[in-house]
Design a protein. Structure first.
Length: 251
């Protein structure tokens, strides 16, 4: 399951760059409420609102669902997606089968909420690529973004068959796994993300939404196409998956 007890309310802001131009970049997954941005959020990205970061990182548990349905219902017109949700089977978050079982139950409930309110899911799947994709399909999730997918391309292509999208961060320039993934994924299933403040071009350095172009440029290089084509197609993909973003781009 993704980190942060507030994840199911889509606290992670979707940063939209060049908002007056529909062909601009869209950062499909970043964490502008993270403490790393507390001191300079205004400078990091214009129009972003600073949120209150969680005290620590942990999996969402079933008790966290108290009043979640009501909160989503009250704010559904403002929500672009439900996320970050998913499965995390790394030892840090799943020390045994009981933790994995609870993560699956939490994700099942989040899928039901997404279906109830017709919202896409922004999905985390660290060390759990195949189980996450299979679980999403089994439980009827249709509008899905798998962010920073760390599994094999063959598993990702199964997700493509199900109609899922995959977002690529700037860390692609130092990740052989991400490079192999992009080679196999069709461009019409790719979005851009930064996952700020993580997954930047330099390891252990704070990432920012302004680095979104790095992912775009590298995808273009791998696929031997222009950066404009990557930017245009990934933006179209994002607006197809997250249609409520259209109204944000003209505010």
């Amino acid at each position: 399951m993704s980190v942060g007890p507030l994840a199911c309310l889509n606290i992670e802001t979707k940063a939209v760059h060049k908002m007056t131009a529909p062909e601009g970049y869209i950062d499909a997954h970043c964490h502008l409420a993270a403490k790393e941005f507390n001191q300079d959020i205004t400078e990091v990205i214009e129009r972003a609102k600073q949120g209150e970061p969680p005290d620590g990182q942990r999996s969402v548990t079933l008790p966290d669902f108290t009043d979640v349905d009501k909160a989503i219902e009250e704010n559904q017109e403002r929500l672009v997606a439900i996320g970050e949700v998913g499965l995390d089977f790394s030892p840090r978050f799943a020390k045994g089968d009981e933790e994995k079982k609870e993560q699956r139950e939490v994700l099942r409930r989040q899928i039901e909420l997404a279906k109830k309110y017709d919202l896409p899911l922004n999905v985390h799947s660290r060390s759990a690529g195949r189980p996450t994709i299979d679980f999403l399909k089994e439980h009827g999730a249709e509008k899905v973004l798998l962010h920073a997918f760390d599994g094999r391309p063959s598993i990702a292509l199964r997700g493509v068959e199900y109609g899922y999208y995959f977002s690529i961060p700037p860390s692609i320039i130092r990740s052989e796994q991400k490079q192999k993934l992009v080679k196999q994924l069709p461009l019409d299933r790719i979005l851009l993300e930064t996952d700020s403040p993580a997954l930047g071009p330099e390891k252990q350095e704070r990432n920012e939404p302004k680095n979104i172009h790095i992912a775009c440029d590298y995808i273009a290089q791998i696929k031997n196409i222009s950066t404009d084509e990557v930017m245009k197609t990934t933006t179209e993909n994002a607006l197809r998956l997250f249609p409520k973003l259209r109204s944000l781009m003209h505010r």
